[in-house]
Design a protein around this ligand. Structure first.
Ligand SMILES: Nc1ncnc2c1ncn2[C@@H]1O[C@H](COP(=O)(O)OP(=O)(O)OP(=O)(O)O)[C@@H](O)[C@H]1O
Length: 284
């Protein structure tokens, strides 16, 4: 099996939004971050992968198998964290865990107890008494306790404090040390991805902007800063996004050698962060 997750020409049309021609692949042993502004189509893509909503067109294969035809088998091997995980609020963590555990063939109670301890959660607490961050920790513990080969998460670190976020990143990093496992997750916290992602898939307005290795992404863009008087129509076209004030300009380009050659020391060329790439690409 070459790809653990294959999404090919995926389409879904809502009344006011179309997810159009989404294609990307994830190989075993890697972490892929899924980024894009609010409303770009991240959750919709994830719901389509998990068959929580029906696709209009396209193909999704997980572990080399069609995600609908082999849904039960495929989902048994996926650890899924979703920003609206539905739990019975009146049950305790342990009672809810017993219900969820029955769905997984490789459920591991020791692993779950380990995470309860690690995450500082009391299994006797009622779900309704948990804070947002604690509920997310509970969801993560469930996703990580059945020896999943693919972890899919929709904004798993939202609502978590920086200390716990770092702990989660370490856990995710440990998981992919097993080279047969992969992680696909959406996030707005691009600095987390700079730390641990191998691949970045960027979606904007229902379309894929790029799906590439993180190193390739970070090497192919730069921020150029300089004096406004060097800007003309031709030069402006070299920017993906540009911000101008009367004191200077700052812009994102994927053609920074041209600036180096043409302007030398008159421009400052700096590395672009994932956040820069996202913000300038979206704003234009
Ligand atoms: N069931 C639905 N019916 C109609 N439109 C929908 C439905 N679900 C999502 N949409 C629309 O699809 C678009 C993409 O939404 P989606 O939740 O996938 O974005 P997102 O990238 O996850 O955003 P965020 O970062 O804010 O979570 C939005 O315009 C949203 O209004």
């Amino acid at each position: 099996m070459k790809h653990i997750l294959e999404v090919k020409e995926l389409r879904k049309k809502f009344k006011n939004f179309t997810l159009d021609n989404i294609s990307f692949n994830l190989e075993p042993g890697y972490i892929m971050g899924f980024i894009g502004p609010n409303g770009a189509g991240k959750s919709t893509t994830i719901k389509l992968i998990m068959n929580l909503i029906k696709k209009d067109e396209g193909e999704i294969k997980i572990f080399g198998k069609d995600h609908i035809k082999y849904e039960k088998e495929v989902k048994d091997r996926i650890g899924f964290v979703y920003d609206q995980n539905y739990y019975y609020e009146d049950l305790t963590i342990n009672q809810m865990k017993n219900i969820v555990a029955s769905f997984y063939s490789k459920w591991d109670d020791n692993q779950f107890s380990y995470y309860m301890h690690q995450f500082g959660l009391n299994p006797k607490s009622k779900i309704k008494t948990l804070s947002k961050g604690m509920k997310m920790k509970f969801s993560l513990a469930i996703a990580l306790s059945h020896h999943a080969d693919l972890i899919i998460m929709d904004e798993p670190t939202s609502g978590l404090d920086p200390v716990f976020r770092r702990e989660i990143l370490d856990i995710l990093y440990d998981i992919i040390q097993d080279e047969n496992k992969s992680i696909f997750f959406s996030t707005h916290i691009t600095t987390d991805l700079e730390k641990i992602a191998d691949y970045i898939t960027f979606i904007n307005n229902g379309k894929i902007v790029f799906s590439k290795s993180k190193d390739e992404v970070l090497e192919s863009y730069a921020i150029v800063k300089g004096d406004p008087d060097i800007l003309n129509e031709e030069i402006r076209k070299k920017f993906i996004g540009l911000r101008e004030t009367k004191f200077g300009f700052e812009g994102l380009t994927d053609d920074f050698n041209v600036f180096k050659k043409t302007f030398g020391d008159r421009v400052l060329i700096e590395k672009a962060s994932l956040e820069d790439i996202m913000v300038y690409s979206v704003r234009g």
